[in-house]
Design a protein around this ligand. Structure first.
Ligand code: FES
Length: 209
């Protein structure tokens, strides 16, 4: 067992081991390992990047070059709920700036900031692939489409009051969403437990961190 992995939680050791086994070229595993290291360190911290470098046989600077290219790797701490408001063209035309303003008012913070209590981080982002349901917002990368400024405020109030441990896209869409890009064929039972994307192995409901 690699010494770096042995410091991680048992669940993350297993995830990392499977990922490393899946990539004959170890540096190809940088991105999935960065998500796991981000779960361990709460974000892609210098220590997290050093560990991924050690696991993949590259330099920390090479890991940084990946982490700094992709905005979904956070290199500073973020709040329990990362609220990402798309402000690209389709969403902009459907009132994204007003939705962002409502989110900023309701959380008391602006783009790139984290609230003092560590509950919220807010950011505006480029297209998140939900143009047909514009304006679109994500909470911990779980999508809500067709938000109005009022609904965005209610979403923030709901997160503040109920503080869900798992954020579910279907639930948020039902409570606060409007027009969707298309009828989602099946419900999405998995939700996010942290401000990292809830792909199967990384941070989904029911999984240990
Ligand atoms: S422009 Fe907002 S989701 Fe595409």
């Amino acid at each position: 067992m690699n010494q770096v992995i042995s410091q991680w939680s048992h669940a993350n050791q297993e995830r990392a081991g499977k990922i490393l086994d899946a990539y004959p070229e170890k540096r190809s595993a940088i991105m999935p390992l960065l998500y796991i290291a981000s779960l361990e360190h709460d974000f892609a911290s210098p220590d997290a990047m050093r560990e991924v470098a050690e696991l993949t046989g590259v330099t920390p600077a090479q890991v940084l070059s990946v982490a700094s290219f992709y905005t979904m790797f956070k290199r500073d701490g973020v709040g329990k709920y990362l609220v990402s408001v798309c402000t690209s063209i389709s969403c902009f035309l459907q009132g994204a700036d007003e939705v962002l303003e409502a989110v900023e008012e309701a959380t008391g913070i602006h783009h790139g900031e984290t609230s003092e209590d560590g509950r919220f981080s807010v950011e505006h982002v480029e297209c998140i692939g939900a143009c047909g349901g514009a304006p679109a917002v994500q909470v911990n990368y779980e999508l809500v489409e067709g938000l109005t400024p009022d609904k965005a405020r209610q979403l923030i109030e709901w997160l503040t009051d109920s503080q869900p441990e798992v954020v579910l896209t279907d639930e948020m869409q039902q409570l606060f969403g409007g027009q969707r890009s298309f009828d989602w064929g099946s419900s999405e039972p998995e939700g996010a437990i942290a401000p990292v994307p809830a792909f199967g192995p990384y941070g989904s409901v029911g999984e240990d961190r």
